[in-house]
Design a protein around this ligand. Structure first.
Ligand code: NAD
Length: 453
């Protein structure tokens, strides 16, 4: 068995060492999960709900530990990490109501009674990225468990610690052995077995578009169900009639939160040409004011990048001759620090405009009119989220309907609420997570006809 040493990205100290699961141990976990799922499916809907609420209570009781662990593993500011742990609790509570609400339908037919059932799929493999380890895991495991499935969770190599703790908390809360197992390991080994082992009936993958395509292709072999949440290059569209002060003050938080390591990061700011200069004047102090520093400090808004490797990848997008408008601040010394950076590329096809950089780097571009804004916003293979700033309600609705993306916000940068659906258009993904319908994507619809004559 190999192991991985977790490094604190804020100071490069060693946090702990994690044993990695191999292919054989993954197969054994699948066998245990298949058995556990069969028992779980027979647990009454109310009792399933009670156990999920107990799991939520256990997360709440461990909130400070989970938050501190995420801070040390991923470099997230402590206030953000506390929000993330609280979000896991809330997602569990929200889906704890689902087992008693998995309603089928009664459909009028001749000669009998026709009803539909939402049957669990079986064992679900959830593969998560390193940017929001806890929250993204919960979006998969909570509705999947609520719908009567067993779950195997494979966290990203760099950030396994909070997922491992969630696995312990599930057991402490009374979830049956084998029902929710956390398997830290390599994507190419554990993740790959989720795809190839026929005991896993659905794969929920969140990560890069390149790996997502490979997983989708692999799942095709067994017609395995798959949900994909992939990359993004979202647009923050600012019209001249917007409240420019508010739009500029909010823009840094739409892209630099979590050091830009956010699939919903509004990493392209598109500004109507007549307001461009004024907007840039307002943006500069807003970027300078972003508090980048010690993740343990309650006032910190942005921490370091997750790893040395990722720091190198982000830095490659800002060579010395980059068209930098201005930058914020970042600490010196150990840690994978990167100051918030605002670029003004002269070309709409520059790679900083088209690539998902996944760091605190934003490109600002002017546009001419509404049509031009839409052309620019949609000139990407991605389609995850975006924002529209305007005081014109008609325009807000027109533009929101015309941007090819799954999650849009008007005069704000909100993307994720556990009670509303989340997911991408185009190469940003396939399927939706969260919201009232998420448990249904962990079920198969069964139709049963009962003859009355
Ligand atoms: P990644 O694709 O490198 O890894 C994601 C996960 O897949 C990891 O757990 C990894 O071990 C696993 N993996 C790697 N190769 C695999 C394989 N061959 N088979 C099975 N599993 C494999 O992505 P990352 O660098 O961890 O995360 C960053 C990416 O995630 C960004 O592109 C970001 O936009 C995306 N993301 C999307 C969302 C969303 O909801 N749409 C949310 C967060 C992150």
């Amino acid at each position: 068995m190999s192991s991985y040493t977790v490094i604190n990205p804020a100071d490069e100290s060693e946090v702990s060492t994690v044993e990695l699961v191999d292919a054989q141990a993954t197969d054994e976990a699948v066998t245990r999960a298949v058995a556990a799922q069969k028992s779980w499916a027979r647990v009454s809907p109310a009792d399933k709900g009670t156990l999920l609420r107990r799991f939520a209570e256990a997360v709440d009781g461990d909130l400070e530990n989970l938050a501190t662990t995420e801070m040390r593993n991923s470099g997230h500011p402590i206030t953000q990490a506390r929000w993330e742990a609280g979000h896991v609790r809330d997602v569990l509570n929200y889906y704890a109501a689902a087992p008693e609400r998995l309603f089928g339908r009664q459909i009028p037919v001749a000669g009998g009674l026709d009803v539909t059932f939402h049957e669990p799929i079986g064992v679900v493999g959830v593969i998560t990225p390193w940017n929001f380890p806890m929250t993204i895991a919960a979006w998969g495991f909570a509705p999947a468990l609520a719908a009567g499935n067993a779950v195997l969770l494979k966290p990203a190599e760099w950030t396994p610690l909070t997922s491992i703790r969630l696995g312990e908390l599930a057991l402490e809360a009374g979830l049956p052995e084998g029902l929710f197992q956390v398997l830290p390991g390599h994507g190419s080994i554990v993740g790959e077995r989720f795809v190839t082992n026929p005991g896993v009936r659905k794969v929920v993958f969140t990560g890069s578009t390149v790996v997502g395509k490979r997983i989708m292709a692999g799942c095709a072999d067994q017609v395995k169900r798959v949900t994909l949440e992939l990359g993004g290059k979202s647009a923050n569209i600012v019209f001249a009639d917007a409240d420019l002060e508010k739009a500029a003050a909010a823009a840094p938080y739409g892209v630099f939160e979590n050091a830009g390591q956010d699939c919903c990061a509004r990493s392209r700011i598109l500004v109507e040409r007549s307001a461009y200069e004024r907007f840039m004047e307002l943006l500069e102090p807003a970027v300078a004011a972003v508090r980048v520093g010690d993740p343990g400090d309650e006032g910190t808004e942005m921490g370091p990048l997750v790893s040395a490797e990722h720091h190198t990848a982000v830095s490659a997008y800002v060579p010395d001759d980059s068209q930098v408008a201005f930058r914020g601040t970042a600490p010196e010394g150990p840690g994978y620090w990167f100051a918030p950076t605002v670029l003004v590329p002269s070309s709409r096809t520059d790679r900083v405009v088209t690539d998902e950089i996944f760091g605190p780097v934003v490109a600002v571009l002017p546009f001419d009119d509404e049509e031009d804004a839409l052309t620019l916003a949609n000139a990407t293979v991605f389609g995850l989220s975006g924002s529209i700033w305007t005081r014109d309600v008609g325009r807000a609705i027109r533009v929101a309907r015309s941007v090819d993306a799954g999650n849009l916000s008007v005069n704000s940068h909100s993307s994720v609420r556990y009670s509303t659906p989340f997911g991408g258009f185009k190469q940003s993904g396939l399927g939706r997570e969260l919201g009232p319908d998420a448990p249904l994507s962990f079920t198969e619809t069964k139709n049963v006809f009962l003859a009355v004559e």
